[in-house]
Design a binder for this molecule. Structure first.
Ligand SMILES: *[C@@H]1O[C@H](CO)[C@@H](O)[C@H](O)[C@H]1NC(C)=O
Ligand SMILES: *[C@@H]1O[C@H](CO)[C@@H](O)[C@H](O)[C@H]1NC(C)=O
Ligand SMILES: *[C@@H]1O[C@H](CO)[C@@H](O)[C@H](O)[C@H]1NC(C)=O
Ligand SMILES: *[C@@H]1O[C@H](CO)[C@@H](O)[C@H](O)[C@H]1NC(C)=O
Length: 285
């Protein structure tokens, strides 16, 4: 009698087991997971917080604060794994910002504190990376090479206008110029506190160069990537020098001709005067 009872008992209990299993499995899939690997991706103050993992059945809230205890929600119930915080950090690039990512159910209701992770502190002035600079224009005449670096516009606004890198960093920002003769490998370096270089090269030949931004006050992320390479035109630089020499020679020759004409004119006049003085006695004779 006992034997048939057991299967029946099992059959009766099975749905309960299954129910138990389901109860355990379903929330497991949707259980908000603690975010990890929070990193700031920031270049010229454009700033995005990134983290892992991709959420399965829950979403994230991102909060930011600047020293005060008030957290401001920025990305609300997002299923992305990144959040653009540029608008917040550009308010004052000299402040230190805290951010955290919270994992919450889609309906945003939870008991107690949801799992969250703090991002490393972020100080925009010090931590934003410098973007690749752009050579705005350059000109070489003879051995004089001038290079101007574009003053990149940042996303930082003041009084409604966008500030440039120079506006934000002032004298803290300098540029390095790396240059070499087109056919040589010996690289030389020059530096400027402005966006303009005016250097003397050894020969009136073609030179190739790149520029790099440098923030002197920094320990990390001190240097930007190097700009694309530009090369001055050999023919132009030689022609430039030749034209200057030709110009100078022409100038000297013109001055000489003028002086010579004046001298010759005076001499002719002098002789004519002498002739006039000499003629009356001749006529009377
Ligand atoms: C997360 O960061 C740790 C170091 O903090 C690193 O070892 C790991 O590879 C990262 N994981 C992923 C998935 O990027
Ligand atoms: C919100 O969602 C969670 C899990 O998805 C659920 O346990 C909870 O009952 C929901 N709360 C409300 C108020 O809908
Ligand atoms: C280079 O710059 C200097 C100083 O700004 C200027 O005097 C000079 O004429 C420039 N030379 C060329 C070749 O543009
Ligand atoms: C903004 O503009 C006002 C007047 O237009 C000026 O007084 C103020 O100094 C400016 N603020 C900044 C931060 O430049």
């Amino acid at each position: 009698m006992a034997i048939p009872v057991r299967p029946r008992l099992l059959a009766a209990l099975a749905p309960t087991f299954l129910g138990c299993l389901l109860v355990q499995v379903v929330p497991a899939a949707g259980t908000p997971q603690k975010p990890f690997n929070l990193t700031w991706e920031s270049t010229n103050f454009k700033t995005i917080l990134e983290w892992k993992p991709k959420p399965t059945d829950y979403v994230y809230n991102v909060e930011i604060s600047s020293g005060t205890r008030d957290w401001k929600i920025k990305c609300f119930l997002t299923s992305d794994t990144e959040c653009d915080l540029t608008d917040e950090i550009m308010q004052d690039v000299h402040r230190t910002y805290q951010a955290r990512v919270l994992s919450v159910p889609r309906n945003n209701t939870y008991l107690g504190e949801p799992p969250f992770t703090n991002a490393p502190d972020f100080l925009p002035y010090q931590d934003t990376k410098l973007g690749q600079p752009v050579i705005q224009h350059f000109k070489q005449v003879g051995t004089e090479l001038n290079v101007t670096v574009e003053d990149t516009r940042t996303v930082v606004r003041r009084n409604g206008t966008f500030l440039t890198l120079r506006d934000v960093f002032g004298k803290d920002l300098s540029y390095s110029l790396f240059f070499r003769r087109e056919s040589s490998t010996g690289k030389k370096t020059a530096s400027t506190d402005t966006n303009d270089f005016s250097i003397k090269v050894d020969q009136a030949r073609s030179y190739c160069f790149t520029v790099q931004a440098v923030i002197r006050s920094r320990k990390d992320n001190k240097r930007s990537p190097e700009s694309n390479m530009e090369c001055s035109d050999e023919w132009e630089s030689i022609m430039g020098e030749t034209l200057i020499i030709v110009g100078a020679v022409v100038f000297v020759v013109i001055i000489f001709i003028i002086l010579l004409s004046i001298y010759l004119c005076k001499r002719r006049k002098g002789r004519a005067g002498q002739k006039r003085k000499e003629s009356p006695p001749l006529r009377s004779a």
